[in-house]
Design a protein around this ligand. Structure first.
Ligand code: ADP
Ligand code: MG
Ligand code: ZN
Length: 417
């Protein structure tokens, strides 16, 4: 509708202060405005939030946003309020009085957006209360949490499958940066009973130079790499809490402003580390995969994987935390067969359905393929997400093509031919 069309641009400019939509945002917004449900798959940093925030303002009424982490909700609400948009969050990290006050502003129609944790939305009381309000949109952020295939499965997300039935007049959008087909299918099936339009936006992050190098002495390699980039913000991923602690200590010993982050730390210490990393320049975060979901820090200049990640989508999501400002950034993975063997053992020893093991094993194979490719690495990575691209010119293979050794001569000599 033309009046919504005009309103959409007005909201973009006046509410958010942006001149143009980013690639991928507009089709998603248009689909919602014309009354369809949407699964939006867009890389980290692409601007998924705007895909539901702008329609929320254009449609009027209340938009309910489901988010898996309190920190994410708080960030978003704070950001919206800076833009002068009335947004509220109700969650366990706030006092009861604050939550009650927020709910009053929601019930009175003052608030445009309400952020909730999934389990809170799906209580009978909340659904009944929201049923009396003009809820126009339900947005489910980080929707891959609904998928058991992924590494961030959250059982509370499964409840959301009933959200559509409970709020039948609202449009629904699910957003994720995790794009592989099995996860996508899972989201569609669990949240939409299969019926939503899927939009996938470009996955290429051409400013990130990607490289894989053989893993020998990981600790020394990491120290050298980080030391050569002193003063820059970076993230170093390690597979275990112990390695995180060791690596952070080693870097600190070398005079690097390094912090540790893993799920075994006290919540407070973790939050403090994250705060420092976000607020200051030149901090190196040494972390397990527990770190990073939804982190919006634009000047991360590199991401190092000291150990192989579990899958290409985990890898993609993790390196995506670098270079969100569009300036040159780097991603280095140290790749050793020992890591792959460990990962394989994890999968084999897992107490899970054979189908799940097969999916995980296929994913690991894809990662190995990426690490061992002798063609452009970005091509291999994007091909996994279903994109076809020419050689990138900004990966280790493109920049320094490996010599293809012709083994024929040697073999002949060996065989005495
Ligand atoms: P995602 O959820 O996809 O990782 P965000 O929604 O957090 O990404 O957005 C990433 C950044 O991009 C934010 O700082 C946001 O303000 C900015 N952004 C989003 N849309 C636009 C736009 N149309 N023009 C300029 N900046 C934008
Ligand atoms: Mg986001
Ligand atoms: Zn390349």
């Amino acid at each position: 509708p033309p009046e919504l069309e005009a309103e959409k641009y007005r909201v973009l400019k006046t509410a958010f202060g942006f001149d143009a939509f980013r690639p991928g945002q507009e089709p998603v917004i248009d689909a919602l405005l014309s009354g369809r449900d949407v699964l939006a798959v867009m890389p980290t940093g692409a601007g998924k939030s705007l895909c539901y925030q702008a329609p929320a303002l254009v449609m009027g009424g209340l938009a309910v946003v489901v988010s898996p982490l309190i920190a994410l909700m708080e960030d978003q609400v704070a950001g919206l309020r800076l833009d002068g948009v009335r947004a509220e969050a109700i969650h366990s990290g706030r006092s009861r009085e604050d939550n009650v006050a927020s709910w009053r502003r929601v019930a009175s129609g003052e608030a445009r957006l309400l952020y909730l944790a999934p389990e809170r939305l799906m209580t009978e009381r909340m659904l009944a209360a929201l049923g009396k309000l003009p809820v126009s949109l339900v947005a489910i952020d980080e929707a891959h949490c609904v998928s058991q295939w992924g590494h961030s499965f959250r059982s509370e997300y499964l409840l959301l499958g009933q959200a559509r039935a409970a709020l039948p007049k609202a449009r629904m959008i699910a957003l994720t940066a995790t794009a592989d087909q099995s996860t996508r299918d899972d989201i569609l099936q669990k949240l939409f009973e299969g019926s939503a339009e899927t939009y996938v936006a470009g996955f290429d992050r051409p400013n990130i130079q990607i490289a894989v190098s053989e893993k020998r002495d990981a600790m020394t390699a990491i120290e050298r790499y980080v030391d050569a980039r002193k003063g820059l913000s970076g993230v170093v991923y390690r597979i275990s809490r112990k390695k995180v602690e060791e690596t952070a200590a080693r870097l600190q010993g070398a005079g690097v402003n390094a912090l540790a982050y893993h799920a075994g730390m006290e919540a407070q210490a973790r939050a403090a580390a994250q705060e420092t990393f976000l607020a200051e320049r030149g901090v190196v975060m040494v972390a397990t995969v527990a770190f990073g979901m939804g982190i919006d820090k634009s000047d991360v200049r590199y991401v190092v994987h000291g150990d192989a990640p579990g899958s290409l989508e985990a890898y993609y999501q993790e390196i995506g935390r670098a270079g969100r400002d569009g300036e040159p950034a780097e991603a280095l993975m140290l790749y050793g067969l020992e890591d792959i063997r460990t990962r394989r053992r994890f999968i084999d020893e897992q107490d899970s359905a054979p189908e799940r093991k097969r999916v995980e094993s296929r994913r690991l194979d894809a990662l190995v393929g990426f690490c061992e490719t002798t063609a452009c690495r970005r091509q291999a990575l994007l091909a996994y997400f279903g994109e076809t691209n020419p050689p990138c010119g900004n990966c280790d293979v493109c920049l320094d093509p490996p010599e293809v050794i012709d083994g024929t001569q040697e073999a002949r000599l060996l065989l005495g031919l």
